[in-house]
Design a protein around this ligand. Sequence first.
Ligand SMILES: Cc1ncc(C[n+]2csc(CCOP(=O)(O)OP(=O)(O)O)c2C)c(N)n1
Ligand SMILES: [Mg+2]
Length: 336
Amino acid sequence: MNIKNEPEAVRRREALKDRIEQLRRMIEIRAVEERIQALFSEGHIRGSTHLANGQEAVAVGIAKEINFRDVVTCTYRGHSHALALGASPESIIGEICGRSIGCARGIGGSMHLMAPEVGLLPTFAIVGAGIPVACGAALAAKVKKTGAIAVAIFGDGATNIGAFHESLNFASIKKLPVIFICENNLYGEYTPIQLSTPIENIAIRGSSYGIEGRIVDGQDIDAVATSISDAAQKAREGEGPTLLEMKTYRFSGHSRSDPATYRPPGELENWLKKDPIKLFSSNLIKENLASLELLEQIKIEVTRKVEKATQKVLASSEPLESEILNHVYENAETKL
Ligand SMILES: Cc1ncc(C[n+]2csc(CCOP(=O)(O)OP(=O)(O)O)c2C)c(N)n1
Ligand SMILES: [Mg+2]
């Protein structure tokens, strides 16, 4: 695992206490993802990749409220979470481009990002798979009395998977310090939620397991943060899990090659009006914390930073084939 960025990742996480930095991180996530989309078209990325543009407030709202020693599991749609939690653009773009400077040494790729130095376990490509793993981390924290909590982030589609239901049941009966966060973006791949899920609000699924479920405006970073703060406090005080349903939307298709033509006319346009970056920007202006000039300056600085990281990645090397079995098991080199 790459621990060389530890101070930077921790510093990036700490910076999120500041409201302008929260906005800057959301803009950075959007810029990194736009660059990744372009790198794909330019042929620099193999495999697929899943953008979370439109869902940035969820990622930054979570990251700003939890400690860097808490454990987080999330899905293939995890660029936003890795960057929010503290991973650098270089380590994320590097990983997605399959270069040794990537967070998993370029061997994991887009769906296996990680930032263990700030609690992000390698992300999961299998729908729902991270949910029981977060419960395991929560159980470990409880047994060892570390004071840490675990956070499982997953999509609406994942709540139809057995692992989701088993995890909620187990976490509730054991009063585990875990927060279940569903990013309900209204689609699972190309299927609208109403064709796969017979209820409108995922939050009600908590009640079957004696877990409080809460519906949250996922486009509003402050609403996200308040809900996480409440759930984290409850978990740390031994009151058990909470299910938070973040109502959100991905502006792009499911993965890089999906033009999302299945969306009804006007739907995207309506959600674009609730762009979390625009909403937060105008709130900061109303609060007299930001000006249009400052916003413009942030965008310029972020674009420059992302471009610099991209050029560094493109100039860097790919991992050697001989490294493929390293780091599969602890001390794999010596055991093989
Ligand atoms: C167990 C499993 N089944 C199917 C797939 C294929 N698959 C990849 S993403 C996806 C949709 C999941 O939708 P959702 O949970 O809503 O997450 P989102 O992609 O919307 O963030 C599916 C079915 C998979 N990766 N794992
Ligand atoms: Mg979904």
